[in-house]
Write a protein that binds this ligand. Structure first.
Ligand code: AMP
Ligand code: MN
Ligand code: MN
Ligand code: MN
Length: 289
C-alpha cells in the first residue's frame, strides 16, 4: 500500500542514524518488515522503530531481520486517537510487545478499524463510489485496514486519478471517509503505552494544522496524561516547522523524537533516515534508553 501525502519540503537531507517512525505492509506501508529493515540498514540507519498503525504484528519479523543486519530494532506502534474531534497519532516506543494490556489494546484497535471500515464504505457508497469492505480488504491483506487502502481502491476503480485526489475528494479531513469517532481519547492511548513500560510520543504535530494556541492546549493534555516526547522532525520539513516543534518540546519539557514516516520507496520525500538532525539543545528520547 502506498500513500502520497504532499511533501512539505523536498530538500534532500543527510542520513540520520535514528529513525523512529516508519510503516511496513502490516499496516499501510509497501515493504515487508524484513525488506524495511534491510532498506533502513542500506540507508545508514542504526536504530530503527517500526511503528505500524495500531498493530504490532511486524515487530517479531523486523527484530529477526535486525539481528541479521546488526541494527537496533525498537518496539514501536502508531496509535490512532482523538482530541476535541481532531484525529491525533501517538507513537509508542520501546514498550514490552508481549504486555497483555498492550496486546488487548491492539486487539481493540483492530476491531475498531474493522467497524470503521464498514462506516467508511457506507459513506463512500452514499457518495456514489461503489466500494465494499471486502474489496478494500484485498489491499490490506491480513494487516490493519485504513484509509490509504480505500484510496488505492478508489484509484483502481477509476473514481479518482491518484491517491492524493482520493484524500482530497473522499478521505481527507472533513471528507465523508474521514471517520474518527471510533478512536479513543489521547489519555487512554498514553496509558496503554505506559502500562507496557513504553514512551508515548506525539507524532508529527505540524500535520494537524492547528493554531499554536490549540496545539499547546493539546500538548498540555498530552503531558498531563503522561506523554513524554514530541516528534520534532518528521520526514522532510521546512526549518520553520523544525524550529516551532523544537519550541514546543522545550516549552513542555518533552523529549525529542524524529522519524521519516516512511511508507514505501515511491515517496522520495519520506525516505528512511533522510531528514534533518534534531536541533541542538533538545534531549533525544533515546538518551533515556
Ligand atoms: P488511517 O490510519 O486509516 O486513518 O489513515 C491515515 C493514513 O493515511 C496516514 O497515516 C497516511 O499514511 C495516509 N494519508 C493521510 N493523508 C493523506 C493524503 N492526503 N494523501 C495520501 N495519504 C494520506
Ligand atoms: Mn500511514
Ligand atoms: Mn501518522
Ligand atoms: Mn506514520
Amino acid at each position: 500500500m502506498g500513500v502520497c501525502e504532499k511533501p512539505i519540503c523536498e530538500k534532500p537531507s543527510v542520513g540520520v542514524s535514528h529513525d523512529l517512525h516508519c510503516h511496513s505492509d502490516q499496516s499501510d506501508g509497501i515493504l515487508s518488515p524484513e525488506a524495511l529493515v534491510s532498506r533502513a540498514k542500506a540507508q545508514g540507519v542504526t536504530v530503527l522503530a517500526l511503528t505500524d498503525h495500531d498493530c504490532t504484528t511486524g515487530l517479531k519479523r523486523a527484530r529477526q531481520q535486525a539481528r541479521i543486519e546488526s541494527l537496533d530494532l525498537i518496539s514501536g506502534v502508531e496509535f490512532s486517537s482523538q482530541w476535541r474531534g481532531h484525529g491525533i497519532h501517538i507513537v509508542g516506543l520501546n514498550f514490552d510487545p508481549d504486555h497483555p494490556g498492550l496486546q488487548a489494546a491492539v486487539a481493540k484497535q483492530a476491531q475498531k478499524r474493522e467497524q470503521r471500515a464498514a462506516v467508511i464504505a457506507e459513506r463512500l457508497q452514499a457518495r456514489g463510489a461503489e466500494i465494499s469492505v471486502a474489496e478494500v480488504r484485498q489491499y490490506a491483506k491480513d494487516g490493519a485496514i485504513g484509509r490509504p487502502h480505500f484510496g488505492q481502491c478508489l484509484v483502481d476503480k477509476g473514481y479518482v486519478k491518484n491517491l492524493n485526489q482520493a484524500f482530497k475528494k473522499y478521505l481527507g479531513a472533513g471528507k465523508p471517509g474521514d471517520v474518527k469517532q471510533h478512536w479513543p481519547e489521547i489519555d487512554e492511548v498514553v496509558s496503554w503505552i505506559k502500562s507496557a513500560r513504553g514512551h508515548a510520543v506525539l507524532a508529527h504535530p505540524a500535520k494537524y494544522k492547528m493554531t499554536w494556541t490549540k496545539l499547546c492546549a493539546m500538548v498540555s493534555d498530552f503531558v498531563s496524561a503522561g506523554g513524554e516526547a514530541v516528534e520534532v522532525v518528521s520526514g522532510y520539513q521546512t526549518p520553520n516547522v523544525t524550529r516551532d516543534m523544537a519550541r514546543l518540546a522545550q516549552k513542555y519539557g518533552l523529549f525529542a523524537s524524529c522519524g521519516s514516516d516512511f511508507h514505501g520507496p515511491d515517496q522520495q520525500w519520506q525516505e528512511l533516515g533522510r531528514f534533518s538532525p534534531l536541533p541542538d539543545g533538545l534531549e533525544p528520547i533515546w538518551s533515556i534508553w
